[in-house]
Design a protein around this ligand. Structure first.
Ligand code: FMN
Length: 181
């Protein structure tokens, strides 16, 4: 069993999502004892206080977040901000008592999008992290262009330079988890 558990969440629900491709790239080359599970948001409904019982898809992702030592958030950019699917699962998670799923957890942020590499969305996401008491790493930043040949048609990352940045980010995240123990 992994001694460092990470959960990866992408804001895009698209089958060939480049942001999920970044998360798959983040799984490559993790040190022994660390594992990254990728959450599936496809069936997660929008949060409503009227939903009395958590839908199964929500419960599954919240269990993954709760079990994780740290989060890896692939922040798709929609209209200069983070995609609603990502914000929505953070909203669900934030409703647990005492913010116990999120409080104090290290977060690695990365993203693939247009020419600015989701930087605007990532800075909005950092703002959300403030209230949730999450601890996003300041560096390295990973701003990937999804339209410049760095990903194949399935959304897999094929650019070695970006893959190197992703590896550095994961190393920094694992160091942050170790420092917290
Ligand atoms: C509704 C919508 C809004 C978008 N707005 C932006 C944007 O503001 N900035 C940007 O860089 N890309 C924007 N894009 C392009 C996405 O970043 C691009 O489709 C990206 O590949 C999505 O990530 P995915 O491959 O993980 O699905 C937008 C796409 C959609 C569908």
């Amino acid at each position: 069993m992994a001694s460092i558990k990470l959960v990866g969440i992408a804001g895009s629900l698209r089958k060939a999502s480049t942001n999920r491709g970044l998360l798959r790239a983040a799984q490559v080359g993790l040190p022994d004892g660390a594992a990254l599970e990728i959450a599936d948001l496809a069936d997660v409904p929008f949060y409503s206080q009227d939903i009395a019982e958590k839908p199964a898809a929500v419960a599954r992702v919240l269990a993954q977040i709760g079990a994780a030592d740290a989060l890896v958030l692939a922040s798709t950019e929609y209209n200069y901000s983070l995609a609603p699917a990502l914000k929505n699962i953070l909203d669900w998670a934030s409703r647990e008592p005492d913010n116990r799923l999120l409080a104090g957890k290290p977060v690695a942020i990365l993203g693939a999008g247009g020419g600015m590499g989701t930087s605007r969305a990532q800075y909005h996401l950092r703002q959300v992290c403030v209230f949730l008491d999450l601890r996003p790493l300041n560096k390295p930043e990973v701003f990937a262009n999804a339209f410049a040949g760095g990903f194949n048609a399935a959304g897999d990352l094929i650019d070695e330079k970006i893959a190197g940045h992703v590896r550095e980010l994961m190393q920094a995240l694992i160091a942050a988890v170790a420092a917290r123990r």
